[in-house]
Design a protein around this ligand. Structure first.
Ligand code: XMP
Length: 541
C-alpha cells in the first residue's frame, strides 16, 4: 500500500522556494582552507577533522596531487600526514620538494616530518626499536613558535620506527623523547614545521593546542568555519546544479539521508520528492518518526509500506548474504517503481559522507580502509540519475550539527547507525518471519527505551538486540516454555572499524532482561554479547 499525501504534478506545479539567498552561481570559495596531503596514515581523516574543529575547513588530498592543483586552491596551510611506509622503503610516497617552497606554512606529522627533514638534508635513520604508544615529550627550550606555552614535560602518542636524528640546516630542534632526539623542529623563516608525535589522537593531550597554534598563530587563520556554514553554500550549489528539474531522494530512516533531503528541500522546495521505502524491517516507530519529522519540515514524502512484499520474498531464506541480496534488490525495484510515477526526475539525492568518499578511494587514494558490503540499501548509479550529494565534504559529527541547525528533531539527529537490511540481519540462523520480527522489534524497543532512560544512548555507537533462531527450555508460571533467547549487543566505537563491548550497568541489564522476558512473546531468556571487534563483528548477521 502506498500512502500518498502528495501527488507530484507534471504541470501546474507551484514552485515554492523558501526564503534565503537567491544567487544561482555557487559562491567563489574565498573560505580559508587547509589541505592535508595524505601519505597513507590511518589517522589522516582524523587530522582533517581536528583542523575543522579549530574552525578551519580542511580537506584530504593524495600526497602526489599536482602542484598546480595545490596552488590553485590557495590553501592557508599544508599538513603532511603520517603514513605506514619507511622513508627508505621502495615505493615510499615521495614528498615534492616544491611544496616546501610555495611560501605556504607546512606542518609535517610523523612520516610527513621525516619526509620533509630528509628532503631538506637532515638525518633520518631507521631505529632498532621505534616508539609506539604513549611517550613522554621534553621541550628543548621554550618550545619555539610551534610548541610555545606547552608544559616542559608532557605526554604524547607516537607510532614510528624511522627517527629524526638531526634537523636540516636552518631548523631548530624543539623537543625530544626517549627514542627521538628530534621529536619536533621548525624553521619559522621558511614556514616549515615538523612533529614526530600525533597531535590528532586523544592520547596526545596537548595535540589540539599544537594544531591550533599552527593554524592561528603561524598560518594566521581566523577560524570562523563551522559545519553550519556549509548550508548556504550548498543551497546555492544545489540550485545551480539542478535548475528546474525534479529531484528524488530515498530516505533510509537515518540521519544522513534525512539531512541531505532537508538541505535539498531548503534549496528547491517542492521540486524535491522523498521516497521512504519501508521494508518492514526497521525499528519500532522509526519510519513514522522520520515521516513526521520530514512532513513537519514541509518536505514532500511518499511513504511506501512494502513490509509484506519484503516478507514474502524472505520466506524460507536462512542465509545472511541471500537475505541482504534479496532486500537490496527489492529495495531498488520498489524505489524504481515510485520514481517512475514522478514526472521529470533528473537527479537523485544521496547522503554520501566525506568518510565514504575517502574510503572508496575518491579523494584519498592512499588510505587503505575500504568499505565493503555496507552499502546495501543504497541506490546504484544505474538508476540513471545524476547525483546530488550535499554532505560529500562532511564528517558524521558535522552532519549531526547541520541536521540540528536545519531543525531535524534530536531523535533523528542522534540516531545510532542502523544497517540497510535492518532487523533481517539480526534474526540469525533461520528465516525472517512476522513472529520473529515482532519479538525482535519489541525487545529492541525495550532496550532502546531503557538505554535512553539511563542517559547512555549517545555514549554508545550502537545498541540493539539479536534473535538467534534456537529455542531453549524455560519455566514461566506453572508451565515449561520452549522459546527464543534475545542477545543484547551494545558497543562503543569511533568509526565501526573496531569496537568494544559496552560495560552496561548491571541494574540496567536486569531491567532490560526482566522487561523483555515479561513483555515479549516467544522469548524466555536474555544473554549479553561481550565480544569486541575484532575478532567479532558488530552485527551478528
Ligand atoms: P560489522 O557488523 O561489519 O558492522 O562490524 C560495521 C557497521 O556496519 C553496519 N552494517 C551494515 N550496514 N548494511 C548496512 O547498511 C549491511 O548489510 C550492514 N552490515 C553491517 C553495522 O551496523 C555497523 O555499524
Amino acid at each position: 500500500m502506498t500512502d500518498r499525501t502528495f501527488a507530484p504534478a507534471a504541470d501546474g506545479r507551484e514552485e515554492v522556494r523558501p526564503e534565503g539567498p537567491l544567487e544561482v552561481d555557487p559562491p567563489e570559495t574565498a573560505r580559508e582552507e587547509v589541505l592535508v596531503l595524505d601519505f597513507g596514515g590511518q589517522y589522516s581523516q582524523l587530522i582533517a577533522r581536528r583542523i575543522r574543529e579549530c574552525g578551519v575547513y580542511a580537506e584530504l588530498l593524495p600526497h602526489d596531487t599536482e602542484l598546480d592543483a595545490v596552488r590553485e586552491r590557495r590553501p592557508a596551510a599544508l599538513v603532511l600526514s603520517g603514513g605506514p611506509a619507511s622513508v627508505y622503503s621502495d615505493g615510499a610516497p615521495a614528498l615534492r620538494r616544491e611544496l616546501l617552497d610555495l611560501g605556504i606554512p607546512v606542518l609535517g606529522i610523523c612520516y610527513g616530518m621525516q619526509a620533509m627533514v630528509l628532503r631538506l638534508g637532515g638525518r633520518v635513520e631507521g631505529a632498532e626499536a621505534g616508539e609506539f604508544g604513549r611517550t613522554s615529550l621534553t621541550l628543548a627550550g621554550d618550545g619555539g613558535r610551534l610548541l610555545e606555552g606547552l608544559p616542559a614535560e608532557q605526554q604524547c602518542w607516537m607510532s614510528h620506527r624511522d627517527t629524526v636524528f638531526e634537523a636540516p640546516a636552518g631548523f631548530t630542534a624543539l623537543a625530544a623523547s626517549p627514542g627521538s632526539p628530534v621529536a619536533a623542529c621548525e624553521d619559522p623563516e621558511r614556514g616549515l614545521y615538523g612533529i614526530q608525535f600525533h597531535p590528532e589522537v586523544v592520547h596526545t593531550p596537548y595535540g589540539q593546542r599544537v594544531l591550533e597554534r599552527f593554524l592561528r598563530e603561524i598560518a594566521g587563520c581566523a577560524g570562523s568555519w563551522s559545519p553550519a556554514s556549509v548550508i548556504d553554500e550548498q543551497i546555492a550549489r544545489i540550485r545551480a546544479q539542478v535548475g528546474d528539474a525534479g529531484v528524488i531522494c530515498g530516505l533510509s530512516g537515518g540521519v544522513d539521508s534525512a539531512t541531505a533531503a532537508v538541505l535539498v528541500h531548503r534549496a528547491i522546495g517542492d521540486q524535491l520528492t522523498c521516497v521512504l521505502v519501508d521494508h518492514g524491517l526497521m525499528r519500532k516507530n522509526e519510519a513514522q518518526q522520520v515521516v513526521a519529522a520530514m512532513r513537519g519540515l514541509g518536505v514532500n514524502l511518499v511513504h511506501v509500506d512494502a513490509g509484506e512484499r519484503f516478507l514474502s520474498r524472505l520466506a524460507g531464506v536462512d542465509e545472511p548474504e541471500r537475505k541482504r541480496k534479496i532486500i537490496g534488490e527489492e529495495f531498488i525495484r520498489t524505489f524504481e517503481d515510485e520514481a517512475a510515477k514522478l514526472a521529470d526526475v533528473g537527479f537523485l539525492v544521496q547522503g554520501t559522507l566525506y568518510s565514504d568518499v575517502i574510503e572508496s578511494g575518491g579523494d584519498g587514494r592512499t588510505a587503505d580502509t575500504i568499505k565493503s558490503h555496507h552499502n546495501v540499501g543504497g541506490l546504484p548509479s544505474e538508476l540513471g540519475f545524476d547525483l546530488v550529494e550535499p554532505l560529500r565534504m562532511l564528517f558524521k559529527d558535522e552532519v549531526r550539527a547541520v541536521a540540528g541547525e536545519l531543525g531535524l528533531p534530536d531523535r533523528v539527529v542522534w540516531r545510532q547507525p542502523f544497517p540497510g537490511p535492518g532487523l533481517a540481519i539480526r534474526i540469525v540462523g533461520g528465516e525472517v518471519n512476522a513472529d520473529r520480527l515482532e519479538a525482535l522489534r519489541e525487545a529492541d524497543a525495550i532496550l532502546q527505551e531503557e538505554v535512553r532512560a539511563a542517559g547512555l544512548y549517545r555514549d554508545l555507537w550502537q545498541s540493539f538486540c539479536v534473535l538467534p533462531v534456537v529455542r531453549s527450555v524455560g519455566v514461566q508460571g506453572d508451565g515449561r516454555t520452549y522459546a527464543y533467547p534475545i542477545v543484547i549487543r551494545a558497543v562503543t566505537s569511533q568509526d565501526a572499524m573496531t569496537a568494544d563491548w559496552a560495560r552496561l550497568p548491571y541494574d540496567l541489564l536486569e531491567r532490560v532482561s526482566n522487561r523483555i522476558i515479561n513483555e515479549v512473546a516467544h522469548v524466555n531468556r536474555v544473554a549479553l554479547d561481550i565480544s569486541s571487534k575484532p575478532p567479532a563483528t558488530i552485527e551478528w548477521e
